[in-house]
Design a protein around this ligand. Structure first.
Ligand SMILES: NC(=O)c1ccc[n+]([C@@H]2O[C@H](COP(=O)([O-])OP(=O)(O)OC[C@H]3O[C@@H](n4cnc5c(N)ncnc54)[C@H](O)[C@@H]3O)[C@@H](O)[C@H]2O)c1
Length: 271
């Protein structure tokens, strides 16, 4: 059997679309989130798409809730083949203005949530020779201005994924990391940061994506099948990453210009 998947942050956005995509192949889904109404909607969509499963409230900041989720997968599915560490929150603000509490919150959800998910499920994945799919962001590779705490958390997810890729090869657990650029979801609802003008700027970036969460889920499905480790769903993201590898200074100059423009916009009063 190889058709049991656990997804965190499955009550909305990309997590939901990944659930629906794999449900289309008849998979059993363990759907976890802090948003229980969202989870129930996702389970309905999963059933309509041809899959099944269960929902469980799980805050990824709390390790005991993740081990309880792993236990539930044991009891209901007899194990788990794939985990998707997807739950995440948005933040923004220049380094000088971000508080240490903003940092703690961002790291606790977006980085330690993934560490805890991997740790809680590793015994099950070793048994099933399964796979880990971690949802990072282009922020892991590009470090844009006005979001240093998000950049660091996501770069940590990438570093963790690379570490696991090499450590877990011997036990035949596969690892993938996904780095999307901005796309439209409910991510802005979770935004936290010192400057409301920056929230509006992030909102515009989410709206501007040429591809949807469903497109990204489809891309991930194809790339996982192909055995790709680093998955970059956006064409512009692939180009930007190439540019950074070839001429990082050029990219830093562009980012510094962008920082200046963002600072000017953030200073304008919002009404
Ligand atoms: N939308 C984008 O532009 C974008 C770009 C790159 C990466 N990502 C990443 O994609 C992932 C999914 O985000 P999305 O865009 O679908 O946003 P979303 O807000 O629509 O979905 C995220 C889900 O995570 C859940 N969540 C938040 N904190 C949680 C916690 N502590 N424990 C459990 N669940 C929690 C939320 O309730 C929500 O249902 C995130 O990791 C995000 O950082 C998003």
């Amino acid at each position: 059997m190889h058709n049991r998947m656990m997804i965190t942050g499955a009550g909305s956005g990309l997590g939901r679309e990944i659930a629906v995509r794999w449900a289309g192949d008849g998979w059993q889904l363990a759907l976890a989130d802090v948003n229980e109404a969202g989870l129930r909607e996702t389970l309905d969509l999963v059933r309509t798409a041809g899959g099944d499963g269960f929902v469980q409230r799980c805050d990824v900041r709390d390790y005991s809730q993740l081990t309880a989720l792993a236990q539930a997968c044991e009891e209901r599915f007899g194990g788990c083949d794939v985990i998707v560490n997807n739950a995440g929150v948005a933040s923004g603000g220049f380094f000088a203005e971000l508080s240490l509490e903003d940092w703690d919150w961002q790291i606790a959800v977006n980085l330690m949530g993934v560490v805890k998910g991997c740790k809680a499920f590793l015994p099950l994945l070793e048994r099933s020779r399964g796979r880990i799919i971690n949802i990072a962001s282009m922020a892991a590779l590009m470090q844009g201005p006005g979001m240093s705490n998000y950049n660091v958390a996501k770069a940590g997810v990438l570093a963790l994924s690379e570490s696991l890729l090499v450590e877990l090869r011997q036990v035949e657990v596969a690892v993938h990391v996904v780095c999307p650029s901005f796309f439209q979801t409910n991510l802005l609802d979770s935004f936290r940061g010192p400057n409301p003008a920056m929230k509006a700027q992030v909102g515009k970036l989410l709206e501007g994506s040429p591809i949807s969460a469903a497109d990204i889920a489809e891309h991930i499905h194809r790339q996982v099948e192909a055995g790709e480790f680093l998955i970059l769903p956006h064409e512009a993201g692939r180009q930007a990453w190439q540019l950074k590898c070839q001429a990082p200074e050029k990219l830093y100059d562009e980012m510094a210009d962008m920082a200046q423009k963002m600072r000017a916009k953030a200073r304008k009063p919002t009404n």
